[in-house]
Every structure is written in C-alpha cells, then in structure tokens.
Design a binder for this molecule. Structure first.
Ligand code: PSV
Ligand code: MN
Ligand code: MN
Length: 392
C-alpha cells in the first residue's frame, strides 16, 4: 500500500536536522582557505546563521559545536544567546587533532600523559555539554599511522579501549557518545577506528549509550552505505549521521550534490527501521542525530547549508513514497526486476510538491534557498561582517 500523502508530509514535518557551527565559516583544503563575503567570524555569528537557517526552514532547531573552535568563557551565556535566537546547542565535538602533542595520536598515543590530556579534553567537552543543555558528544579521532611498523595495532587498540571507557564512565546518564570512523586521512596507512565494524565493537564494549556515527563521506568508493546503516539499525547502534556528499573521499560537499540516489537508499533503511516491529530498532531509529558535516570551500555558506537541508528532506520524501508492502511481496516472489522497479518508481517521482506542503505546515516559504538569496539578509551580512575570520 502506498503511504497516504498526508503521512508523508507529517513525517517530513517531524524530521529534525542539526546544522554545524563549522559549516558557517570559511574552511578549506590543505592548500588555501578562501574567505567568502558575509561569512561568520565568530561563534556568535555562527549561531546567528544557524538561527536564520532554522527560521527559513523550520527544521534545524539545534546547532553542533566543535571545541575549541567555538570556545567561549561562558557557555551558559552562549546557550542563552542561542535560545534567544530560537535555536539550541546540539552535539559537542571534541577536537583531538590540532594540538602539537597529538602528532603521533591522542587516545592511542604511546605517551600516557598525552592520552590523559586527550581524556581531559573530552571531559571538558562533557562539561560544555552540561552547561549548554547538550545531550551528545560526537567524537572523531584522527589517530592512525602513516607507515607500516610505525605503531602497534593492538597496543594502540588497548589504549583506545581504556581511554574510551574512562570517557564513557564520565558521561552523565542522560548523555550519549557518538563514535565516528574514517578509513583514511590524516593518517594514510592505518586509522585506529577505520570502519563501522571497529566503531561498533568499541561501542558494544562501552555500553548502551555509545553508538556509531556514520559520516557519509568516510567510506572507500563503492561501499554500500545503506547496508551498513541497516546493519547498525538492526543492532540498535546507529547513533547518527554526519551528512555531506563526496565524489572521492571525505570531500565534505553539500548533501545530495554527488549521489542523491545513495541518500535515498539510506533514507529508505531509516524509514523501514522507524516502522520496525522490534522496539530496540525503532527506539534507536527515533533518536538518530541528523547532523550536517560539510565544508563550503568556495561557495556561500548559508546557501550551501540550505541546499543540504533541501536535499535531505527530498530524499526522505522520496523514500517515504516506496510501497513497502508491494516491495516485500515482490521480494518473496523472487521478482528481481520488479523489486528494483518499485524503488525506482518512488525515486523518479517528483517529491518537491510534498516537501513544499511540509514547508507550508511549518510556516516557512516554499524555497528557503530562494527566500534567502532574494532577501536583504545576505547583503546585510556582506556589509556588516567585515574583517576576516580567523580560520575555523
Ligand atoms: C573528520 O573528517 C570529520 O568528519 C569529523 O567529523 C570532524 O569533527 C569534522 O570532520 C571536522 O570538519
Ligand atoms: Mn564527520
Ligand atoms: Mn570528515
């Protein structure tokens, strides 16, 4: 049975997406950081931008912070500032990759004092989360080696397990730990949490509030990400997403730009899990964090963010159009071509009218991107935000 249009619209209305503070600033490649006119220069302006994106879309009520990129003296004041603008502080990402001490690793460093420094930094981020009302620590490690023999895999794994256990032990009971993985970069021989399976093993040994975070860009080309998503959902261990798109590897392009079909297939797994009969699967599926993690290198940051939100909503809308009963029947009949055709029928349907209906229900304009580009806001930013931002 095809889902009733009203239900599709309801589900799009309920979808909540987190934007990230570092998506609003000038960031770049290893070669050059270009500034773009009107771009945020500090955390207060990043929050202003996140608030405006929420006003335009109605679906981005939280903004993720990265510490110390967003460090301030008074985090409670930052949370109040955000609230006054209509948004809340979302997940907090510690930064275990930009201190000189982390040259050879953080939680996996051979020197116990560096490992302790990394644990202390995450503890500081837990305190930031407490003072801002955040409930999630989103952790990515740059740890790894560049050459065979540079480090011992199992010694490093033990240190990692010990460090994460200490961190997990410090989490208040209402907070969860999202553990990201990445198969390469900045290390090019091995990464200490290289893939979803390694992240899952660590999470399972930590406890129920540790879950895997899937950054769509962090996979070798050709990886079946929707299969990974389904596997993690099946174990109640999918904690969230870093949403972006890639042509090659961790390109951090805006969402849906390169492979919208992959995004559609991922969304389909999520929708199936939300409707699953197993409470462990549905429970975790309803708590998933949808966070943008993109870097607009040459393009306008606000427009890139709005483009991504549009892509996520559209992918969900199309996935909601899949006739799941008919799909199951075709699967049971072994109708290989028919199954694929059912997916394609939904994917080829224009989902934009449904997204527009959802926007009407949310009280926002049909196209937040056009609304922003046609508004005075972009010009005001360019006029007022003079003086370059200090990197990220
Ligand atoms: C690492 O590539 C990563 O995806 C992590 O999520 C970091 O927190 C983020 O990028 C920083 O841009
Ligand atoms: Mn990421
Ligand atoms: Mn990344």
């Amino acid at each position: 049975m095809t889902r009733d249009q009203q239900e599709v619209v309801d589900r799009i209305v309920k979808l909540s997406i987190e934007t990230q503070s570092w998506g609003y600033v000038s960031t770049g490649t290893r070669f050059k950081v270009f500034d773009t006119p009107g771009t945020a220069r500090d955390v207060w302006e990043k929050i202003d931008d996140a608030a405006e994106v929420h006003q335009l879309t109605g679906v981005t009520p939280t903004v993720a912070l990265h510490i110390p990129w967003d460090a301030v003296d008074d985090y409670a004041a930052l949370a109040t500032y955000a609230q006054q603008r209509g948004v809340r502080i979302g997940s907090i990402s510690p930064n275990l990759f930009q201190e000189d001490n982390y040259r050879l690793g953080s939680l996996t460093h051979v020197d116990a004092s560096v490992r302790a420094q990394a644990i202390a930094h995450v503890a500081e981020c837990i305190a930031v989360a407490q003072s801002t009302g955040s409930r999630q620590i989103s952790l990515w490690l740059a740890d790894g080696t560049n050459y065979p023999g540079q480090g011992d895999f199992r010694r490093r794994r033990r240190w990692l397990e010990q460090g994460l256990a200490e961190i997990y032990g410090q989490l208040p009971s209402d907070m969860s730990l999202l553990l990201e993985y990445k198969f390469f970069e900045p290390a090019f021989y091995h990464t200490d949490i290289a893939d979803w399976g390694q992240s899952l093993l660590l999470c399972e040994s930590l406890g129920p509030r540790a879950r895997v975070l899937v950054d769509i860009g962090h996979h070798p080309l050709g990886t079946n990400i929707e299969h990974i998503v389904a596997t993690l959902l099946g174990r109640g261990r999918l904690g969230g997403f870093d949403l972006n798109s890639k042509k090659y590897g961790d390109d951090d392009l805006f969402v849906g730009a390169v492979n919208p079909h992959e995004l559609f297939l991922i969304c389909l797994e999520l929708i199936k899990a939300e409707d699953d009969t197993d409470p462990m699967v549905t429970g975790a599926a309803h708590e998933i964090l949808y966070k943008i993690d993109q870097c607009a290198m040459v393009e306008d940051k606000m427009s890139a963010m709005l483009r991504s939100i549009d892509a996520v909503q559209l992918a969900f809308a199309k996935a909601l159009l899949v006739d799941l009963d008919e799909l199951e029947r075709a699967q049971d009949d072994g109708d290989v071509v028919g199954c694929n055709q059912i997916l394609d029928d939904a994917y080829q349907t224009d989902g934009r009218p449904l997204v527009r209906q959802a926007r009407q229900r949310l009280g926002v304009l049909d196209s937040p991107l056009d609304a922003y580009r046609g508004s005075d806001s972009a010009r005001t930013r360019e006029r007022e935000r003079v003086g370059r931002a200090a990197g990220w």
